[in-house]
Design a protein around this ligand. Structure first.
Ligand SMILES: Cc1cc2nc3c(=O)[nH]c(=O)nc-3n(C[C@H](O)[C@H](O)[C@H](O)COP(=O)(O)OP(=O)(O)OC[C@H]3O[C@@H](n4cnc5c(N)ncnc54)[C@H](O)[C@@H]3O)c2cc1C
Length: 403
């Protein structure tokens, strides 16, 4: 079967392609970049320019600041962004918070929260993980107690991504001591500057910044409860449906540059592309790029059918990406041998001098679920295999604690 864009989609794609081509420096996206103030400002400026065209929220209804397209056209935007290696600084809002509020929020909440996200005016953090609630999301302990027309929050989140202080924390909170545990959790939009919130940065080796966030008697209006009380776990699962739906196209441009490099680089007097190691690497990269592309587009189409078919119960694209990412970086490192370990400013450096940085960044496999958890979801919901028995889960937790 041959896939293609409609005329309208092709027009959109060409527009975004030209936008990035004209606005980005030629070598942008060659390698993962370390965040810094200058880079933050640059990506922020790019986002402001893109907002004028409506690109970041193209798939949202016009009423809430979108262009009125579907997930397919949103996929066209994601595909071009992945090609150029660019991510919106307001990505959490565009990829998660906006879509979830549009799916489960009240009309008042959609009107209040979504348009400022579309305009790129606010930064949202997805604040789910806690010291004892990562893979076991149902174990959330950040506690909310009702007090008049507000809830009062006490507890902690950890490993929450974000470079600067957020306007909103999209967060899971325990609102009831329930059995089963997941029936006592609710989802809130908490103003990021609320009195009683403290942020502590956790810088990581990939250069991204995570945060510990502490809540000390933080008051949140009842109107900021998203969806029904004690049904937040289900809304969080909807979040994962959007978050895990990564269009798997980011390797395409890198793949082409790598092939060009192998054609021109000499190894033992021959073009590197004649080396079996290089050929194997290129072949495997090409195969995974193609599979990621097909699976990514299937997910984008499936989201257009959400009304008819209901939420998608699992998605392969995030798993495939996380499963392949470390192998891909290892292959690249092996190809360059000791040269891969040189710092970027060495005169002997090969390719773009960022093989080591790519290898470090390839270790980011935790956000939105580890590969093991994604495999469990596919086994259970995709293949209909029985759930992991509670006893086995307890054994895993015990062994982790004793390490
Ligand atoms: C760079 C980075 C960015 C992040 N960004 C965010 C963010 O923005 N927002 C947010 O809320 N969180 C974020 N996280 C946290 C991330 O979601 C969690 O790290 C992840 O869900 C795993 O939870 P955990 O760290 O508690 O590990 P655990 O759940 O303790 O798991 C530890 C290990 O045990 C394995 N394991 C656990 N249970 C099972 C099981 N049942 N079967 C098989 N294996 C199992 C896991 O796969 C993992 O290898 C981020 C983490 C990182 C590293």
């Amino acid at each position: 079967m041959e896939f293609g864009y409609t005329e309208e989609q092709e027009k959109l794609r060409q527009g975004i392609h030209d936008f990035f081509k004209n606005e980005l420096p030629a070598d942008y996206g060659e390698a993962p970049v370390r965040a810094g103030e200058e880079m933050e400002q640059f990506t922020q400026d790019m986002q402001s320019k893109a907002v004028k065209h409506g690109y970041p929220s193209a798939g949202w209804p016009k009423k809430y600041g979108g262009l009125g397209f579907t997930s397919l056209e949103q996929g066209v935007v994601s595909e071009e962004m992945a090609y150029w290696g660019f991510a919106w600084p307001g990505g959490m809002g565009y990829n998660l918070v906006g879509p979830v509020i549009l799916a489960v929020g009240t009309e008042e909440q959609k009107e209040r929260f979504v348009p400022p996200i579309a305009r790129g005016e606010v930064i949202c953090f997805e604040a789910y993980t806690e010291p004892n609630a990562g893979s076991d999301e149902a174990n959330v302990q950040l506690k909310a107690v009702k007090d008049g027309d507000a809830y009062v929050l006490n507890g902690q989140k950890t490993f929450i991504s974000g470079q600067r202080k957020p306007d909103w924390l999209f967060t899971l909170v325990r609102t009831a001591e329930s059995i089963p545990k997941h029936r006592g959790i609710s989802l809130f939009m908490v103003p990021g500057n609320s009195p009683g919130i403290t942020y502590r940065p956790l810088p990581t080796m990939s250069g991204s910044r995570q945060n510990e966030i502490f809540f000390d008697n933080v008051r949140v209006p009842k109107a900021n409860l998203i969806g029904e009380e004690n049904r937040g776990f289900y809304a969080a699962m909807a979040t994962f449906e959007f978050e895990r739906a990564a269009i798997g196209l980011d390797a395409r441009r890198g793949m082409r540059r790598m092939a060009d490099f192998c054609r021109t680089e000499k190894r033992n007097g021959n073009a590197l592309i004649k080396d079996p190691k290089a050929r194997e690497m290129l072949a495997r990269q090409a195969m995974h790029t193609q599979i990621g592309w097909l699976v990514g587009w299937f997910g984008a189409w499936r989201r257009t059918q959400r009304q008819k078919l209901g939420p998608q119960s699992y998605d392969l694209s995030m798993f495939l990406r996380k499963d392949w990412q470390p192998h891909s970086a290892n292959l690249l490192m092996n190809l360059f041998d000791m040269y891969g370990q040189l710092e970027g400013n060495s005169e002997h450096v090969k390719f773009d001098g960022n093989v080591g940085r790519r290898w470090e960044a390839s270790r980011i496999i935790h956000p939105a679920g580890t590969p093991e958890i994604l495999k469990n979801v596919i086994a259970n919901r995709g293949l209909g295999l029985p759930r992991v028995p509670r006893k086995f889960n307890a054994m895993i937790n015990e062994s982790l604690e004793s390490e």
